[in-house]
Structure formats: structure tokens, C-alpha cells
Design a protein around this ligand. Structure first.
Ligand code: TRP
Length: 456
């Protein structure tokens, strides 16, 4: 693998990996989860989970990728030849197919909403959640329009990664990540300077522990995984384009910091606007596509703020989608010897077709109707509740029991100034991380079988 592509700079790598982490999870999921689970209390639990469960696994994925210079399947195969560990890599590639199928559909929605806002379409929704709900419903349940937007979104994804790691992924995330930050700062200032806007800060950051329930803890744990793109080898793949001089600990801390910062900023921007306009902070998943379009037109210059907001959401989704498609692409390049273009065009198209069925399942035609759940929800549920946690837990177990903590540390310290890493601490961190994820999984399995979870 002499010609393996490499990142052009340390910053480029950090921005690309945080681009993967920052996505719909930060801007769409985190605010509504916090809104429904007591605000500040949820935020505190989420921060603890990110550090305890997330950090060790981010680092593990980077270290495995950089050590082997291969995407997940080849990476596990190299460290543990002729063993079943390569199936952890296969699970990652499968997860990538599953996630990108529905992620691309929502990516299409963000484009459509950017356009609606740009053309002044929110103005007749002012203060009318019902009209806004109807517009959203009739759009996503349509047969043709959402698929066309999904295809456009997937087209952007393919366009970026076809240009390669440095010339495509790195180049574009270096533009989009700063743009995301700038837009968020603007929207946050706009929100906080509205009357009552600062209530958002109390809501998000003042802990009200009486609102904290067992189920919000489980949610926070699961989300810490999803938001950092863990458990499917994304970070292994991105780590495989690194040279040995990158400090993986500080890179991981930067990525977690940016991911968390952006989730918090999005929360402040959204809730400031919600409180200023007297809307309901606990509106749930519809907070963004249904509630926000009714409040933007009530603010001076609302069409601009709305357009910026949905464009930001689009860029966040795009930088994540890029990393998901790259996992699939890298697998076919590394393991099957395919060219980049061929892999991307073929599998980008396959994912788009599967995604079209997700989109159709919202209303027009649901291939999983026999299970009483939409195909979209099947894929979402399968990946975030099972595939990603299983992948993440196995990655931690791999370091603990197959590769070995001392070997892991030897590779990890390359590029770091301080080589004194305490193996006992590392071991405990991985054990806690694996145990916590194992518990969420068990809880979910028990809930599915018996109808009542142990906690939650
Ligand atoms: N982290 C992304 C977000 O918060 C979603 C995601 C989950 C993801 N797993 C992934 C993105 C794997 C890329 C790769 O929206």
C-alpha cells in the first residue's frame, strides 16, 4: 500500500473527522432530546458519557486505523490474522450502507427546506404549527419530490469523495466546517438578542435533576455514540490516512470538543428562538422541520435566518454522509482492489436506491409494512440501537483482549510528546466503556423481548 492517500495537514484531518461527527445528531437530535429530558440535567449526563464512553473508543479507532493504514476489514485482519475479528469490520461496512440509506433522505429534506426558506415559503406558516406540520408531512410522504432531493444530496456526497481524500474530503470539509461555525455564531447571537432569548441558557445549562430519569441516561449514552460516529469504523478509515506524527490523543480531544461545542451552540441558537417566540421547547423531533419554520417568519429578516439555518443543517449532514460513503469506498479499494471512482459510483448508487425505499416508506410505499413500522425506522433503529453499539463494544474488547493494551499504547504514543501512559488506566477506561455499552445493548434486547427495559 505505498500509494495510500494521506491527509494534507493535521488540521485537515481534525476538521474532516469532526465533520463526520458533527451532523444531524448535533443539530437536530441533541436539541430535541435535551428539550424533552429536562435540558441542563440531560446536558450534564451527555457530557459525562462523551468523555467516559466516547473518548476511549474514538482513540481506539484512530489507533487501529493509523497502525494498519487500512479500512476496517483489512485493519482487523492485519492485527488479528485469520480470526473472526474481520467480521467487526464487515459489520462496519454493513452499518455504513444502512445508515447512509436513511441519512441521505434526511439530507434531501435539508436541501428542500433551504430552498423553501430562500424563496420565502415559510412566511405563510408564521405562528401556525398545524400548517407547518401539514407542509412537512405532505412533502416527506410524497413519492417523487423527496427522492429527487435525496438524489441531489447523494450527488453532492459523491461529487466530494470522488475527488479523493485530500483533494475532496479534506478540501471541502475545510471550507464547510468553518462555515458551519460562523453560521452558528451568527444564529446564536441573533437568538440571544431576541427578547427572552437568554432563557435558552438557563434551559440548557441549569441542571434540574428532578427531571432526570433513567431513560434519559440511556438516551444520553446511546447518543454519545451516535454523535461521535463510533462503532462502524469511520474513525478507523479516517485514521488510516494518517502519518505517525499525528498526536491522536489531542486530535480526539479536539474532535470531541468541536462536536460538543457545535451541539451546544445549535441548542442555544434553536432554544433562544423558541423561547423568544413562545413556542414549545419540548416539541420533540418536529422541533426543527415543523416548529422552526413557524417562528423564523416572525423575526425581522426571517427568510435569511431560516435559509442560513437549513443550509447549515445541510452542510453538517453532508460532511457526515461523506465519511459514511468513504467507509464503503475504502473497503472496495483496500480489499477488492477497485478504483475509487468505480467503487463510489456503484455503491453510491446502490445506497441511493435503498434510500429511495426509505423515503417511500414514509407514506407512498413501505416494503416493511408487514412489521407495522416504516423501512426508514427499521434502518434507523437497527443501526443506532444495535449495529453501532455492538461495533463499538467489540472494538473496545478487541483492544482489551486481542490486540492487548501494551501493544495499543505503543502505537498510540507515536506522535505524542508525553509517552507515559498508564496501562491500568487505559484498561479501566476500555472496560468501563465496553461494560456501559454492553449494558445499553442488553437493556435494549430485554426491552424488545419482554416489553420492559431494566432501566428506562
Ligand atoms: N455522527 C453523525 C451525526 O451526529 C451521525 C453518524 C452516526 C455517523 N454514525 C456515523 C456519521 C458514522 C458518519 C459515520 O449526525
Amino acid at each position: 500500500m505505498q500509494n495510500r492517500e494521506q491527509w494534507g495537514s493535521k488540521l485537515g484531518f481534525i476538521l474532516a473527522a469532526s465533520g463526520s461527527a458533527v451532523g444531524l445528531g448535533n443539530i437536530w437530535k441533541y436539541p430535541h432530546m435535551a428539550g424533552e429530558n429536562g435540558g441542563g440535567a440531560f446536558t450534564i449526563v451527555y457530557l459525562i458519557c462523551i468523555l467516559v464512553v466516547g473518548l476511549p473508543i474514538v482513540i481506539a479507532e484512530f489507533v487501529i486505523g493509523r497502525k494498519t493504514q487500512l479500512s476496517p476489514v483489512g485493519a482487523f485482519e492485519t492485527v488479528a490474522p485469520k480470526s473472526n475479528w474481520k467480521w467487526v469490520g464487515m459489520l462496519g461496512v454493513a452499518s455504513a450502507f444502512v445508515i447512509l440509506s436513511f441519512y441521505g433522505v434526511v439530507g434531501g429534506w435539508t436541501l428542500k427546506y433551504t430552498l423553501i426558506s430562500l424563496t420565502g415559503g415559510f412566511s405563510q406558516l408564521a405562528g401556525d404549527p398545524e400548517a407547518s406540520g401539514t407542509l412537512f408531512d405532505s412533502f416527506i410522504k410524497g413519492a417523487l419530490a423527496p427522492i429527487l432531493w435525496q438524489i441531489v444530496f447523494m450527488g453532492f456526497t459523491i461529487f466530494v469523495i470522488v475527488q479523493g481524500v485530500k483533494g475532496g474530503i479534506e478540501k471541502w470539509t475545510k471550507i464547510m466546517m468553518p462555515a458551519i461555525l460562523v453560521i452558528l455564531v451568527v444564529l446564536m447571537i441573533r437568538g440571544l438578542t431576541l427578547p427572552n432569548g437568554t432563557q435558552a441558557l438557563d434551559f440548557l445549562f441549569k441542571p434540574k435533576f428532578e427531571d432526570l430519569t433513567a431513560s434519559s441516561i440511556v438516551l444520553a449514552l446511546g447518543h454519545s455514540f451516535f454523535t461521535l460516529s463510533l462503532g462502524m469504523g469511520t474513525m478507523i478509515t479516517y485514521g488510516s490516512y494518517l502519518r505517525k506524527d499525528q498526536n491522536l490523543l489531542s486530535s480526539a480531544l479536539w474532535i470531541i470538543f468541536l462536536d460538543t461545542l457545535i451541539a451546544m451552540m445549535a441548542g442555544v441558537a434553536i432554544f433562544a428562538t423558541v423561547f423568544a417566540m413562545g413556542a414549545d421547547p419540548g416539541a420533540g423531533p418536529g422541533l426543527i422541520f415543523v416548529v422552526l419554520p413557524t417562528i423564523f417568519p416572525k423575526i425581522v429578516g426571517g427568510a435569511i435566518w431560516g435559509t442560513l439555518f437549513f443550509f447549515l443543517l445541510f452542510m453538517a449532514a453532508l460532511t457526515s454522509a461523506i465519511s459514511i460513503l468513504e467507509v464503503i469506498t475504502a473497503y472496495f479499494i483496500d480489499e477488492k482492489g477497485w478504483g475509487r471512482e468505480k467503487a463510489i459510483i456503484i455503491f453510491g448508487s446502490v445506497v441511493t436506491v435503498v434510500g429511495a425505499f426509505c423515503s417511500l416508506s414514509m407514506g407512498a410505499f413501505n416494503i416493511t409494512s408487514f412489521m407495522d413500522i416504516s423501512f426508514f425506522d427499521v434502518l434507523d433503529y437497527l443501526s443506532s440501537k444495535y449495529m453501532l453499539p455492538i461495533g463499538g463494544m467489540l472494538t473496545a474488547l478487541f483492544v482489551l483482549y486481542r490486540w492487548g493494551v501494551p501493544n495499543f499504547i505503543t502505537e498510540m504514543v507515536l506522535g505524542m510528546d508525553d509517552h507515559n501512559i498508564n496501562p491500568a488506566v487505559v484498561r479501566i477506561l476500555f472496560m468501563v466503556s465496553a461494560a456501559v455499552v454492553g449494558f445499553i445493548l442488553l437493556n435494549e434486547i430485554i426491552a424488545t423481548i419482554t416489553g420492559t427495559p431494566i432501566i428506562g
